[in-house]
Write a protein that binds this ligand. Structure first.
Ligand code: NI
Length: 192
């Protein structure tokens, strides 16, 4: 994979990313390379800041979750299928009840924790052809989008944990930023 994934502690992961226009250099190639990096690291989503590009772009292929969750509706299953590209996305609404789901992140290997978020979103975004869509999405896909969307605002899933949990994880997170972690894909560690 061309781009290493930035590890926890890297300042780019904390920046608020910027919208892009269709003339952004080599955007189609960049999207393909992001999918490549995501598949090679066995992720279901990857946001551009994670490869050092502070732009409002993320890619998702959450189909592996379709196997895990048999109780999804047909609409939810359909929405999970295939490669999805979100450019300049804006979450217009978050509704529904709050639910816990165990999240992980390619920038934070080895840590998986329950995060509570609302179940449904209404999102406006451009696809890879810069065509605008407004979609209502719930369930697992909404969850993956909420996680990736957070990356664009410099937010990581660990930020959503209780202060008690954060204290427990502090040392582990510090070790990740130093590269003291087992990981089988290419990463860039800020404190190594
Ligand atoms: Ni992530």
């Amino acid at each position: 994979m061309k781009f290493p994934i930035l590890a926890y502690g890297h300042p780019t992961l904390r920046k608020v990313a910027k919208d892009i226009s269709p003339d952004y250099p080599d955007i189609q190639k960049l999207i393909d390379e992001m999918f490549e990096a995501m598949y090679e690291s066995s992720g279901v989503g990857l946001a551009a800041p994670q490869i050092g590009k502070s732009i409002r772009l993320f890619v998702i292929d959450a189909e592996p979750f379709a196997e895990l969750y048999k109780d999804m509706t047909e609409v939810q299953k359909e929405q999970l299928k295939g490669k999805r590209v979100f450019i300049n996305a804006k979450i217009l609404e978050e509704t529904g009840k709050e639910w816990a789901f165990t999240e992980g992140c390619l920038s934070i290997p080895g840590i998986n924790e329950d995060v509570i978020r609302q179940e449904k979103i209404k999102i406006k975004y451009l696809d890879r052809d810069f065509k605008e869509h407004i979609e209502e999405i719930d369930g697992i896909l909404a969850r993956v989008i909420q996680h990736e969307y957070d990356h664009l605002d410099g937010i990581l899933f660990t930020d959503h944990l209780s202060s008690f949990k954060k204290r427990l994880l502090k040392r582990k997170l510090e070790n990740i930023s130093k590269g003291k972690v087992n990981v089988d894909y290419r990463m860039k560690f800020p404190k190594k």
